[in-house]
Design a protein around this ligand. Structure first.
Ligand code: FCB
Length: 460
């Protein structure tokens, strides 16, 4: 039986649709103290007993700091248009303020030049969670001063790399930083305070808007935006309690970020619900947050079903469940994209992360990851469905290029389409990578076909 959905011609994507693969600095680079890099909050969090499932850390990870050229060769071999990566702030500015680290900046110069030389568009993220630990010691994202430190950092990266990178994302998933890092405390910096989390979310959003303004003011040519993790959130039953819970959760995780970006205000029902935990907002902040963006990035993995009494048994869905315990629900991606298109006026939209962790087995140089391949194929089809219904989709990126450090899950969860043997650092393309490569070749062939027809001399 063919495990993959048949690709109907309706899923031929437009010629300028951008295909990519994604990673982030802390998850792959290693080189934790190499060439003057300072510690990040994740370096410190990994040292907290019990914080990381397998007790691991990012000291070596995929050793990408030494193997980047080989990794870029793999990216090129896949035939993607773009590679999404992040800059480690403490690698380029060890304390998050003051001195710049020339060797750290040079590393990203080489990396970006390496992409350009291979014909790969660089998609850069400034903050994929690894805040310099020195700034955390001064209050981290809860301190308004960090907003200004981030804007300085954005300016410096814009000056050094803005002439070559296609897009700059300010923050990856501010909800995760605020809620998992500062309310639930299961991610760095491990704080548990709702009031702090809400203040953090506001500072992240404010720094996003101010960074966009600063980059544009210095003539940065890269397209600018942010990446949010959003899910469709529905009630487990029709009971008024469950429906109210779903509305509140949607308010806190979706509208809390979308409304200020696109409507210039936080949702009133959430502010009311938060009461004294609502953030302090200074005059003018909301206008800065609503600074127009050139694109919006979305990371999608699964849907969320909620009940007022707490849990919902994901197994009840009857759908496949990934190693993360996440339901495979590609319809949710189409549903979410259509809702976003309906409720807000969107700039070009990219899926900047989508993928799955499954148990992989490397046997005689092959990883037959049928479930991951199926996951990716079905989600690409879901994007195609949204595009066909008018959502301004501009690109899709697989999470992740490589197996890597999956935050609090350590190295136990593998999201890569390329397998990494951590003992030898050997990379092996999984079947999902081979499928993606073939799929992209078909897309490129389809791109060429209409162009060839167009080039026919008149009258022939
Ligand atoms: C996202 C993160 C990314 C990766 C995936 C699985 O929330 O942005 O770094 O960990 O989840």
């Amino acid at each position: 039986m063919n495990p993959f959905p048949p690709f109907h011609p309706a899923h031929v994507f437009p010629p300028d649709f951008v295909w990519g693969v994604a990673t982030s600095a802390f998850q792959i680079e290693g080189g934790a103290t190499l060439d003057g890099k300072g510690p990040s909050i994740w370096d410190n969090f990994c040292r907290v007993p019990g914080a990381i499932a397998d007790g691991s850390n990012g000291d070596t990870a995929c050793d990408h700091v030494h193997r980047w050229a080989h990794d870029l060769d793999i990216v090129k071999d896949l035939g993607v248009d773009a590679y999404r990566f992040s800059v480690s702030w403490p690698r380029v500015q060890p304390d998050g303020m003051g001195e710049w680290n020339g060797k750290g900046l040079d590393f990203y110069e080489r990396l970006v030049d390496g992409m350009v030389a291979r014909g790969i568009q660089p998609y850069l993220t400034l903050n994929h969670w690894d805040l310099p630990a020195a700034l955390q010691a001064r209050g981290g994202w809860a301190a308004r001063d960090t907003v200004h430190r981030f804007v300085d950092y954005a300016r410096q990266i814009g000056r050094r790399l803005g002439d070559r990178v296609a897009t700059i994302t300010t923050h990856n998933e501010p909800w995760v930083i605020a809620t998992l890092g500062h309310e639930q405390g299961c991610f760095a910096p491990g704080i548990q305070s709702r009031a702090t989390a809400m203040q953090v979310s506001h500072h992240l959003m404010l720094s996003h808007g101010l960074a966009l303004q600063a980059l544009r003011a210095q003539g940065c040519k890269s397209r600018l935006g942010i990446v949010l993790n959003l899910s469709p959130i529905g009630p487990a039953t029709d009971s008024p309690e469950d429906v109210a819970q779903a509305r509140l959760d949607d308010g806190r995780s979706v509208r809390w970020y979308m409304d200020p970006l696109f409507k210039g205000d936080y949702p009133a029902d959430v502010i009311e619900h938060l009461g004294p935990d609502a953030p302090r907002i200074e005059p003018g902040d909301l206008a800065h947050i609503a600074t127009p963006m050139d694109f919006l990035g979305l990371n999608y993995y699964t849907r969320s079903v909620v009940s007022a009494s707490g849990g919902w048994d994901v197994k009840a869905s009857g759908n496949r469940i990934t190693e993360m315990g996440w339901e495979v629900y590609p319809e949710g991606l189409t549903e979410l994209l259509l809702r976003m298109h309906r409720d807000w006026t969107l700039p070009p939209l990219y899926v900047k992360e989508n993928g799955a962790a499954f148990k992989d087995e490397l046997v005689e140089g092959r990883v037959h990851d049928v479930e991951r391949t199926d996951y990716i194929a079905r989600h690409i089809a879901a994007v195609g469905d949204a595009l066909a219904q008018g959502v301004p989709m501009a690109g899709y990126m697989v999470w992740s290029l490589l197996d890597n450090f999956e935050w609090a899950s350590g190295y136990e969860k593998r999201f890569g389409i390329v397998h990494v043997d951590y003992a030898t650092q050997r990379r092996t393309l999984k079947d999902s990578a081979l499928w993606y490569r073939d799929f992209l070749q078909l897309q490129k062939a389809a791109r060429r076909a209409p162009a060839a027809a167009h080039d026919e001399p008149a009258g022939s």
